[in-house]
Design a protein around this ligand. Sequence first.
Ligand code: FAD
Length: 675
Amino acid sequence: MEHKTALKRLNLLKGHVNSSIDARREASTATFDLAHAQEVLWSILPEGYFDALECASELHGLQDPSLHFDDRDKLRENSYDYLFGLINKMFEKGYTSPEKIAENIDHFCFTINSPGFFDLHASTRFMSHTALYSKTIKNLGTERHHDILMESLAFKTIGCFCLTELGHGSNAKGLETTATYDKNAQEFVINSPTQTSMKFWIGNLGKTAHNAVVLAQLLIEKNGKLVNKGVHCFEFQIRDEQTHIPLPGIEIGDCGMKKGLDGIDNGWMKFNEYRIPREALLNRFGDVTPEGEYKTDIPSDGKRFATSMSALSGGRISVLASTSGLSLWACTVALRFSAVRQQFGPAENETRILDYPLQQHRLIPKFAQSLIFMTGANKVMDLFLKNSSKLFEPGNIQTDVLHSLSSNMKSFITLKSQETIADCRRACGGHGFSFYSLFENMLQYNDIHCTWEGDNHVLRMQTMNFMLKMMKLASQGKSLPQTLEYLALGQFDRPKFSGSVSNTDDLLLMMREVACYQAIKAATKLSSCGLPIIEAFEKYQHFELKQMCETYNDTFLHDNFNELLAKFSCEKTKAVFEKLFLLSMTLTIYENPSVYMLVLGEDNFDKIDENIQDLCAQLRPEIIELTKVLPIPNRANGALGNEDLQVYKRLVQHFTVTEGVTERSNWWKKMYQNR
Ligand SMILES: Cc1cc2nc3c(=O)[nH]c(=O)nc-3n(C[C@H](O)[C@H](O)[C@H](O)COP(=O)(O)OP(=O)(O)OC[C@H]3O[C@@H](n4cnc5c(N)ncnc54)[C@H](O)[C@@H]3O)c2cc1C
């Protein structure tokens, strides 16, 4: 989309910005071209990002998420209103349609991340319904599931995706729900045979979903015995259309109190001999004939299951986009607040806390790092969309590359974002603890990003396995996927750094060499420790193997940002982004001394500290204007982070609109009982 159109739309979302003295002062010190910076950065966003935001801005009551502090039930209702309101507006304006979404569900999901700035619960609903439920029908279903797919994409049927059970989540192959084929009735009988087999944690299930995709062990009868054909997906109705009560044979409930994300109804479900038609099986990769015979083109149960699950990477990539957005959002709020907040110094003109080097060191490097995360997330989205039509092709290496890359990135970035958001909250002192700062919302939402769409540690193990396979290819001189080409450097010894720690090319080369060295070191450790491979893998998972994965992540992210720098045509603007790039690399090195100290040597490592200080000081005059480069709607920045920097005025506005703030409590008499 044209940058001008995007800017117009983002301005729509700003509301009226009354420029304050603080805001004018900060804008006056910046040296880069804001419009050019936006043009470059927004060019990597998925097409349609601003369509969804524009529709969101037109919905009543969505002006400021920090004014939404309803009770649990109201939050849930509101998030549904938002979901339906937004999608209907997008249909009305012709920005999308059920048919367009069907062409590429992942693309739709990537664009629908943006309205999350207004309501994170509604974003979750979109994801549970579209990225999990509808997408599974599309990927694993066939022609016979077309109508139900289109109903779901028209948002007439709301669905949920039921993999996790009380006893199993990560180990999906171990789940216990059964689907036994009854050839006389040509039906499957769904059962929850044990307490631990009840479906659990399922988003949209507790109170709202009409239908479900349920994963269950498929059992068919052969020679008088039940044979398990492994985990398969089934799509069926779970609630009565007239009463919304669960159908006979199904029990559904709410998972109860959670540590947050109350606007989404996570639910549990138990089956007691619940019968569904044979056609409910999503039969793209395996089918049961009416006579009860199992048919498949992929005979290996393991391969069939892996193929079925492979397209779920899209959900994980949405998490990447969301977590990097949350991290930048938190930095924006904390930086803007810090540019106004004054503590100590001369009585008549106290110092702004962002002018203290300490506050700069806490926030500016995190901003740089989060920006690198965001560009990396968008790169993976782009790669995924370009390859999405081929992801199911047998033997397509790109499927494994994308799966391992996105798993690895999710495992590191969600955790770093969590630290960043928590740091930003503390960097705002007491006001960071206020609901109106929005940090608590961000923290809760990002926290679950570390677990859903695959537990971070479990995901990282999958990357470890893939990388070890790639190491074998590298040792045989075979070609490698582009993201892992550095493995061919053959860096057996610890690299020796001879460049300058202020030169991004030198640091980038070092990062690649270190990543290769760490991978060779990990593979050598595994093969030489004398343990069986599985034991060795488990023993070194948290050490050498983790470092192999972390340096892969660092290398991918910084290589990618380096490519983006080539898109800047304005030298002054490029210079500012080069500083951010150097700062992010420097922070990465600083945060991982056990890997980088021996490579750089003590003297160079000391210079890293100095570089952080210098770069923060150089970026201080730019940083508040830099927050405007982000595609975050201003209205979503709560009381502390508005672009107009009128922090105190907004805080007072926020806490005074809360119902009953100045009223006497209804238990006030108790205050007098001891008198
Ligand atoms: C709010 C919320 C919404 C959700 N929505 C859905 C949904 O819509 N649909 C759905 O199907 N599921 C959903 N889930 C479930 C979620 O996907 C799982 O909780 C997640 O995949 C982690 O699985 P688990 O709970 O089985 O964790 P576990 O695998 O039991 O993990 C527990 C701990 O054990 C560790 N661990 C596990 N295996 C190993 C190993 N081999 N070696 C070493 N350590 C290990 C993990 O790292 C983790 O720290 C949701 C969960 C939540 C909380």
